[in-house]
Design a protein around this ligand. Structure first.
Ligand SMILES: Cc1cc2nc3c(=O)[nH]c(=O)nc-3n(C[C@H](O)[C@H](O)[C@H](O)COP(=O)(O)OP(=O)(O)OC[C@H]3O[C@@H](n4cnc5c(N)ncnc54)[C@H](O)[C@@H]3O)c2cc1C
Length: 270
């Protein structure tokens, strides 16, 4: 059969447009496809929620591809291993309480589980702002990352979300916009972003989980973003806290039970 370039072009445009249109109103919008965001997407999608993940970069996976100093192995504790087991990521015992996994297998498998569970991941899209109504974040303002990178004068588009997860890592990008532009007090001791502290693995792993919570109406923080928001220390290349944090954020949103069933994904007829 002869291939036609125009058919290929039309297929890409039509299918992508359909995917993006389906995500203009979602139950949960996740900003950042690092380990915390991807794990949250898995659990939310598996629970039947309509989930869109926006990732600035071409690649998903955030800082997990590089393990520690580009040695692409990750270390997790028992609780983190349990999550990886659930996704089918193979781990090996290193020493009592320490497990390793191949970073490439971890990222690619978690991503695959999320997408197959129904989460839609949009790479090359940056979240540059939020929509706030009556003190609650109700949506995101998105644009192509290359527009942002080139500093082009192009207006963004918007999507609405019942819940937003800021899993943007160290920079807490969603929270920074909220802090800068809105009269919304964050649920931190200072009422604002407290900033990340120096490395302390054990404390940081615990605090990452403690700090995974709703930080202002409609917005949860997960992963390194949770640490930076609440002034927790960084933890070095151990990833259990990131995985557990993504799981906790998803479970908190599911438990909030404010997502009407009518907005869950409709399964495609076979
Ligand atoms: C400078 C630096 C220091 C680090 N130090 C540590 C450390 O001390 N401890 C540690 O565990 N890890 C560290 N890491 C690695 C890494 O950040 C974490 O281990 C881990 O990957 C964090 O997971 P996460 O899911 O919270 O965020 P990340 O893996 O960082 O993923 C966040 C994702 O969000 C995306 N993103 C950010 N803003 C936006 C936006 N506005 N719109 C769309 N997408 C966006 C990013 O492109 C990225 O892919 C460091 C990374 C860097 C770059």
């Amino acid at each position: 059969m002869a291939l036609n370039e125009i058919t290929i072009t039309q297929a890409i445009i039509e299918r992508y447009t359909r995917k993006l249109l389906a995500c203009t109103e979602v139950d949960a919008a996740i900003v950042g496809a690092g380990p915390a965001g991807l794990v949250a997407a898995c659990y939310l999608a598996k629970a039947g929620k309509k989930v869109a993940v926006f990732e600035r970069k071409l690649s998903i996976g955030g800082g997990m591809w590089g393990g520690g100093m580009m040695f692409n192995e990750i270390v997790v504790q028992k609780e983190g291993k349990d999550i990886l087991d659930g996704f089918g990521v193979r781990t090996q015992l290193y020493k009592r309480g320490y497990y390793t996994a191949d970073a490439i297998e971890a990222v690619s498998t978690i991503c695959s589980v999320a997408v197959k569970a129904g989460a839609r991941i949009f790479n090359c899209i940056s979240v540059e702002d939020v929509m706030i109504r009556e003190g609650r974040v109700i949506g995101l303002v998105i644009n192509w990352s290359p527009v942002e990178m080139a500093g082009l004068h192009v207006d963004p588009l918007t999507i609405t979300a019942k819940y937003v997860i800021d899993s943007t890592g160290h920079n807490t990008e969603v929270l920074r916009v909220i802090e800068r532009k809105a009269d919304v007090k964050l649920n931190t001791p200072s009422g604002g972003i407290m900033g990340e502290r120096s490395m302390w693995a054990e404390k940081a792993e615990r605090l990452t989980l403690d700090n995974t919570k709703e930080i202002c109406p409609g917005v949860y923080v997960a992963g390194m973003s949770a640490n930076a928001a609440f002034g927790g220390p960084r933890m070095g290349p151990i990833f259990g806290g990131m995985l557990l944090s993504g799981q906790k954020a998803a479970e908190a949103i599911i438990a909030a039970a404010l997502v009407p069933a009518a907005t869950t994904w409709k399964k495609k007829k076979k």
